[in-house]
Design a binder for this molecule. Sequence first.
Ligand SMILES: [Zn+2]
Length: 108
Amino acid sequence: MKKTTTAKKAGVSKKASARKAAAPKKVTERQAYAYLRKDKRIEVIDDERRVGNSLIINLKDGFRFNDEGEHIFGEDSALEAWESMKRVQPCGCDDCLKALGKLEAVAV
Ligand SMILES: [Zn+2]
């Protein structure tokens, strides 16, 4: 392994990779939906748009949206939902900890 080369590049490539992530090529609604379906942080995608609701994203245990304990969010399109997935963070609420079997460990 060329560790030195990798380490040198790591400092510089931080900006490059950030730019890469921030500039997604035009993603279609269909592609966005495919991305969402592959996203391991999502438990269920509930498309309620036909009944006038939103595309509901149910996050898996251990993930949250804006606030702790917020595991579900809705958007008008898969594209918006996909964009919103960038805001998803690990969740440490009691429900998630319990679901992940970590509650005892934390409580002690
Ligand atoms: Zn949670």
